[in-house]
Design a binder for this molecule. Sequence first.
Ligand SMILES: Cc1ncc(COP(=O)(O)O)c(C=O)c1O
Length: 427
Amino acid sequence: MFDDKRKETLDEKNKEIRKKWDKLHFDSQQGRAGEDPYPTAVGSLRTPLYATKSYAYSSLTELLKNHYNYSRTENPTLYALDQKLATLHGGEAAVSVASGMAAVHLACSSILQQRVERIRPKKIRALLPQSNPETVPNVIIHNNQYTGVYRLLTKIYSQFGVMTKIVDMRNLIELSDAIDENTKLVFVETPSNPNLDVLDIQGCADLIHEVDGKCIVDNTFASPALQKPLNLGADLVVESLTKFVNGHGDTLGGVIIGQKNELQNIRYFWLETQGAVMHPFSAWLILRGCRTLSLRMDRHCSNAMKTAEFLEAHPKVAKVIYPGLKSHPNHALAKKQMKGFGGMIGFELETIEKCYKFIDLLKLIKVGVSLGDTTSLIEYTSVMTGIDLASWEKRRMNMSDTHFRFSLGLEDPDDIIKDLDQALDQI
Ligand SMILES: Cc1ncc(COP(=O)(O)O)c(C=O)c1O
């Protein structure tokens, strides 16, 4: 599939440097890993932006000796980002790609490719004796999950013969009942989008490993500053870098982190063939975002905690969901598994009418999809992220029609609370 020897040279060359980064604390790693030392000729303090498609050499002999060939698979700016993210997560390797969804797709493809004997189109399967539903490979997701991932699995992978089971993964007995010998993958998103359910990563990973399946964790809401799933038994971590990791809302990106062999398959087979490449300028921006990740996460978390406490005490708010509140059903697990409770809050008002009225009264807080920005962003979940789901699917994925998903920015918490207060006053 690919020439292991040539492809390994960069990581091999980098091994000694990586050991140095591994010894640093997280706050130092986020600035230095991948970038210091960086092999530049002119000693540039910042990692250069390599805006190039090809790497040209004076002879074929030179080309064959060199690692860089074409930017669909390798680029030096992306390499710095991959090294930084692998270090921050404590993984052997990382591959940065165009978006969080690209990361999810490539990670799932690689895991399923190696574990599904042959994926055939549905019509052909129907003609074959082995189309017995009991032998169809399956993936398990939680019953509250980012809608994009739910759609990818239930509407696209299903066409290629992969079945998706939806269970309440907060209940490990329910998960273990759903796992069978054809379960290839348990996809864990924690905290979950939008309901902020906290799932037991170690518990889920242990169960799927019993049937030799794999566990992918979507760590987007936490970022490596708050949660490191590879230390809790996950096989692969995926993240939308678009969110907290970049943190400045100016580009999209995704990453997959894990063991070298799986990541090599993802880079040199899946990414090279499928082509969801991150632009080097995005990598350059995300490198900059990473350097302040833990500082920003501290502020996102404290803003979220203060705001959640304010909302919980407000008589017009029907329900508040924040893993940092004692009232959150998985508060103890969040405390054990995470370093902080994150920058996302969920809350509900009493009626749909009040929801529509409230959101239009906000002044400082911006109405918009996505999250993890310096700017506070709120969405009315069922009509924004949930727009593509039928009402039965919203019920199946526990999406309430009076729910707001609120991404706390880095503004002064008093200004955020004042804005919420004046809007709640008027409904
Ligand atoms: C938990 C989660 N995973 C993945 C994604 C997809 O990320 P992207 O928008 O970068 O494709 C999102 C986007 O909102 C998300 O919330």
